[in-house]
Design a protein around this ligand. Structure first.
Ligand SMILES: Cc1cc2nc3c(=O)[nH]c(=O)nc-3n(C[C@H](O)[C@H](O)[C@H](O)COP(=O)(O)OP(=O)(O)OC[C@H]3O[C@@H](n4cnc5c(N)ncnc54)[C@H](O)[C@@H]3O)c2cc1C
Length: 391
């Protein structure tokens, strides 16, 4: 089955494509080589994101009065498709997690204080949900917030907090009533990372990068006016944030590009008189079929959203399949490139083979953990989706 745009969507797609080509450029042929796309230049990225913000395209689902574009689901989908196809940055970190949460549950003061600077990249945010004993079972979190006059006093620890070392603010959940059932004693707070008593310690990941951190709170004072929603009802505010965390088409597009790179590599080897074996060719063919499935799962999610529905099992299928596929693709890349794929460009060295299969593989490992592990997604599909009994 082939999916075609309606005439209106086709016009919208060409508007977006022209804008992207004019302001970001088209991917260079080098991007089709084996290996990761290099990080974009920071100044170029920031200028590009400002241009998106001017049009409301940085937060396409937000209402216009908050700087969004009030786009339909299908318009957002086309925009996202075109930006990802061009390898252009689509958003500022956390913008589409905490922004809509404040919009839905925040006070007018919170909206006025936080939404404009978020949109214009003037502040960086991090997400303080996971704790050492509370990841999948997030509602068991133990960080305590005790009311003291106009403040809460915060004590406890968060973990795996991406970007905390660069963040100005954290959106987080803390326990305000330890005697209530676990989902009902939690409040959702906005915390300035400059508050006295906040300590950030780096955690180095498998690929030797500093992405996430541990964050400790020792008698940190958070004004009560920084609570989003009612006291002890923060779990329900937090689940709004989690709903916004599920994405879709980006994974399918990235898989598509990676499979193209694998194909180019195999072709290049053949024309250099060093063809890969038939078994490897078949492995690439398997990845191509799986990429098509991944794309179809994204379309299922989008079509539910376009009809005004809320994808549930379908979003879990999409997340689980896409993240596991990214690992299979980079596994195939490692098979194909062998020892050459283990190469890692040392800092400052100009010469680069363009093949970083091992690095690619390591960067896909967390995909099946972050934003709900594969096991949790399978549980959702089995119980909520198929109605199977809990074990
Ligand atoms: C790259 C990355 C970035 C992250 N960024 C952030 C961030 O910015 N902010 C933040 O708050 N968190 C962040 N996280 C944390 C992430 O949300 C958690 O790692 C995730 O929810 C899993 O929790 P856990 O690590 O505590 O594992 P656990 O929940 O302890 O799970 C351990 C294992 O047990 C399995 N398991 C758990 N429960 C069940 C069950 N009921 N049935 C079957 N199997 C089960 C899991 O699937 C997993 O394999 C990040 C994680 C990664 C990898």
């Amino acid at each position: 089955m082939r999916f075609n745009d309606t005439p209106e969507l086709a016009t919208w797609r060409s508007t977006v494509r022209d804008f992207v080509h004019e302001n970001w450029g088209v991917p260079k042929p080098a991007d089709e080589d084996m290996g990761m796309e290099g990080p974009a230049d920071e100044t170029k990225t920031s200028a590009w994101l400002d241009k998106l913000a001017e049009r409301g395209w940085l937060a396409p689902a937000w209402p216009k009065k908050y700087g969004g574009a009030d786009m339909s689901v299908l318009e957002q989908f086309v925009l996202s498709q075109e930006l990802h196809e061009a390898g252009a940055p689509v958003s500022r970190q956390m913008l589409n997690l905490v922004g809509p949460t404040i919009m839905l549950h925040g006070t007018d003061e919170q909206k006025a204080e936080h939404l404009p600077p978020m949109l214009h990249g003037e502040v960086a945010w991090c997400q303080g949900f996971s704790e050492p004993g509370s990841g999948s079972d997030l509602a068991s979190l133990q960080t305590r917030a005790v009311r003291d006059g106009d403040d809460y006093v915060l004590n406890g620890q968060k973990i795996w907090t991406s970007g905390a070392h660069r963040a100005d603010w954290m959106f987080m959940m803390a326990r305000t009533d330890p005697d209530a059932p676990k989902h009902r004693g939690i409040s959702y707070l906005l915390l300035s990372m400059k508050s006295p008593g906040v300590t950030v310690r780096p955690l180095i990941n498998l690929a030797d990068g500093h992405v996430f951190n541990e964050v400790f709170f020792e008698d940190v004072r958070v004004p009560v006016r920084n609570r989003v929603g009612e006291e002890n009802r923060g779990w329900y505010v937090g689940t709004t944030t989690l709903d916004f965390e599920r994405s879709n088409i980006a994974r399918a597009i990235s898989a598509h590009k990676s499979v193209n790179r694998l194909g180019n590599y195999v072709r290049g080897r053949a024309s250099a008189g060093n063809p890969v074996s038939a078994a490897y060719r078949m492995e690439v063919a398997d990845r191509a079929v799986e990429t098509a499935i991944c794309e179809l799962l994204s379309f299922v999610v989008i079509s539910i959203q376009a009809r005004g529905g809320v994808p549930n099992m379908e979003a879990s299928m999409c997340k689980m399949y896409g993240s596991e596929l990214s690992q299979r693709i980079s596994w195939t890349e490692m098979h194909l490139t062998g020892l050459k794929g283990q190469y890692r460009k040392p800092q400052g060295l100009e010469q680069d083979t363009g093949i970083h299969a091992a690095m690619d593989y390591m960067t896909t490992v967390p995909a099946t953990i972050a934003a709900g592990t594969s096991e949790i997604q399978r549980n959702i599909i089995a119980t909520r989706g198929l109605g199977l009994p809990r074990g």
